[in-house]
Ligand binder design. Structure first.
Ligand code: PLP
Length: 381
């Protein structure tokens, strides 16, 4: 049997999502068509949009559907800096953003000359608020994009403070909330951001559907040119099937983020209590920082993360690393290195991300498999 501990990569479908999508399969009209078939698709889409809006307590017109979290982050960053009123202004991100923010910022800098600043993080993965204050005090910042929680470590950034600093400086604030939606209970207003990014496959929805939620006055140009879909903010015929799935997924979360997460937090604590005594030099990245309840990133120096993933896979457990394979060589994660963790140890980072389907027996089984793997590793020298 396979036990899935990679819920930050993607999740299984939540109850009701499959049903909503199979019903949507029958609705083939184009939501932009005025005839009956088009209107049926439009209705399906509007209903789903209302459900997503309800989950975050916003109005439907604040929700812009995209093809993914990646596209949603691209839309916010590119759409903001394409708007002529933001020309010449600076983009501020953190050192631990997902590649779809990090690389987009680098591209905007390289191709459009958008000045960029990266706020460093400390050993626990928390952003340096003093650095952010300094860059804001120098003026000319257009947008601050700092993620809500990190996908590799689960560390939650102090975004209420970031939002306040941005508001005081008259600067727009975007947060990538992909790893907190469905893991923490909040409304859009609670985050204090002008724009947030979502990706539904991280919270029990289908893959290939994301969204941006914005304040209605957020300056955003469509980054695709074509039709007038999504109120001229994202051209391209909508993915009605996945939008229906996203709606069902959001409806499912209206009850129970907190109770679900309390359950997961207990299991995660049990996991960490079981892992920590297994090796003297084992440590957990971000252990002293606020974290989402489901994520543990564990380092055992000299146990290469990629090797651990394979060994644990053979034992029936799906986990992951943050490292990337480039030209056949495994590179340490940029995010883990940003914590000041040396490259040889960063290569040993292993992410275990629990889900609502995780049981106590899964966690116990994992600890036992991990212990066995360490014994084998010691024997191998
Ligand atoms: N942002 C964060 C923090 C993520 O973890 C991910 C996916 O791993 C994304 C954005 C991209 O989302 P998607 O997989 O929908 O492109």
């Amino acid at each position: 049997m396979t036990i899935y501990f990679d819920n930050n990569a993607t999740t299984p479908l939540k109850d009701g999502v499959k049903q909503a999508m199979s019903e949507a399969l029958e609705v083939y009209g184009n939501p932009s068509s005025v005839h009956a078939c088009g209107r049926a698709a439009r209705l399906l889409q509007d209903t789903a949009r209302r459900k997503v809006a309800a989950m975050f307590n916003v109005r439907s017109e604040q929700v812009i559907f995209t093809s993914s979290g990646t596209e949603a982050n691209n839309l916010v960053l590119r759409g903001f800096f394409t708007n002529p009123e933001n020309a010449g202004k600076k983009l501020v991100i953190s050192a631990v953003e997902h590649n779809c923010v990090h690389k987009t910022a680098v591209e905007l800098n390289r191709l459009q000359g958008v000045p960029m600043h990266m706020v460093p993080v400390d050993r626990e993965g928390l952003i340096d608020l003093e650095d952010l204050k300094t860059v804001l005090s120098k003026g000319n910042v257009g947008l601050v994009s700092i993620m809500h929680a990190n996908n590799e470590t689960g560390v939650i950034q102090p975004i209420a403070e970031v939002a306040k600093l941005c508001e005081n400086a008259g600067v727009r604030f975007h947060t990538d909330a992909v790893q907190t939606a469905g893991k923490l209970a909040y409304s859009f207003a609670d985050l204090g951001a002008d724009a947030i990014t979502l990706s539904f496959h991280k919270l029990g929805g289908p893959k290939g559907i994301g969204a941006v939620i914005i304040k209605t006055d957020f300056p955003l140009e469509s980054h695709t040119t074509g039709g007038s879909q999504e109120r001229n903010r994202r051209a391209g015929t909508e993915n009605t099937l996945s939008i229906a799935g996203a709606g069902a997924c959001a409806e499912g979360w209206q009850v129970g983020v907190d109770s679900m997460q309390n359950h997961i937090a207990l299991l995660r604590n049990q996991l960490e209590e079981g892992l920590l005594p297994l090796a003297n030099d084992l440590y957990i990245i971000g252990k002293n920082a606020p974290r989402v309840p489901n994520t543990t990133n564990v380092v055992v120096p000299n146990l290469i993360g990629e090797d651990a993933v394979i060994a644990l896979d053979m034992a029936g457990f799906c986990v992951s690393t943050g490292s990337a394979c480039s030209s056949g060589r495994v590179e340490p994660s940029r995010v883990i290195l940003a914590h000041g963790i040396p490259a040889d140890e960063a290569l040993c980072a292993l992410r275990i991300s629990l889900g609502w389907q995780t049981t106590k027996a899964d966690v116990e089984g994992f600890i036992a498999a991990f212990a066995k793997m360490l014994v084998r590793m010691k024997k191998a020298g």
